[in-house]
Design a protein around this ligand. Structure first.
Ligand code: DHB
Ligand code: FE
Length: 280
């Protein structure tokens, strides 16, 4: 059966796409951010996952306010990167794994999650920035991907608890796939940030660090937060933390924290990076 070996989290700030394209890894502003990633590159080299299941949020590229599914799962052979307006260089096409996608879709629908299946799906910075940060040049480091999009744009949003339970259903589906794939699950976006309105620039370090601590061994505590709690404590766009909750749900009961980095600010955002390993 396919096996989930770990979980990764990363912010997806578009400005990172530009800094990456310009190789600004040693620039004093960017260095403390990029320096978080090499330990994860080492772990990926050692553990060689075959598939990345990526919980991400679309920012108006695939879905707009007129049609907004809560949960959507990619079922395509490939996913093209398009820029929805930030002007970051596009980075080509990402290989999919349609058989595993359909197995996951069947599993979660039977489990009570009525998802939108997408045989065509373009991916924006919410997906591409984290995948690029972890895998870099995909010719050198090939990885199959399955994008799973959760609405964080148009309220009402699914609660942290609902996303945690959705992640558990995804985890059960992956673990019952008749293959020998090693899978990593990504929770992208976050941590605290607000891009608009009176609180633009809002960051809450204390809340972020509490979330990073509790997501390891006490995700159930975080699942008690409401969307309103998240928006108040982490900012309007900090609600992207529901994507981390979905990732954590997929990993199962026991995990070990292997690495983390927290840096504020990058652009308007608190950048959070974690590597969690699954434990039997
Ligand atoms: C920024 C953060 C985001 O999550 C996003 O989607 C766009 C921009 C930022 O901090 O600039
Ligand atoms: Fe975002």
């Amino acid at each position: 059966m396919a096996r989930i070996i770990g979980g990764l989290t990363s912010s997806h700030i578009p400005a990172v796409g530009n800094a990456y394209a310009r190789k600004m890894f040693e620039d004093p502003y960017w260095k403390p951010f990029f320096d978080g990633y090499p330990p994860v590159h080492g772990w990926l080299k050692e553990n060689r996952p075959d598939v990345a299941v990526v919980f991400y949020n679309d920012h108006g590229l695939n879905f707009f306010l007129d049609k907004m599914p809560t949960f959507s799962i990619g079922a395509a052979a490939s996913y093209e990167n398009q820029d929805e307006g930030w002007g970051i260089p596009t980075i080509g096409t990402f290989e999919g794994h349609p058989e595993l996608s359909w197995h996951i879709i069947e599993g979660v629908v039977n489990d009570g999650f009525d998802v939108c299946s997408c045989q065509e799906m373009a991916v924006d910075h919410g997906f591409t920035v984290p995948v690029q940060l972890f895998w870099g040049d995909r010719e050198e480091n090939p990885i199959k991907t399955i994008p799973i999009c959760i609405n964080t744009v148009q309220h009402p949003l699914a609660s942290p608890k609902r996303c945690y339970e959705f992640g558990k259903a995804i985890g059960r589906a992956i673990s019952s796939f008749p293959g020998d794939e090693k899978v990593v699950v990504l929770g992208t976006g976050g941590l605290s940030h607000q891009l608009d309105g009176k609180r633009a620039g809002f960051i809450n370090k204390e809340f972020d660090l509490m979330c990073m601590d509790k997501i390891v061994d006490e995700p159930e505590t975080l699942a008690k937060l409401s969307i309103h709690d998240l928006v108040r404590e982490a900012g309007a766009q900090g609600a992207e933390f529901i994507l981390w909750m979905a990732m954590r749900g997929a990993l199962g009961d026991k995990v070990a924290e292997v690495h983390r980095n927290y840096h504020i600010p990058i652009s308007n955002t608190a950048a959070g990076l974690m590597l969690l390993e699954t434990r039997a």
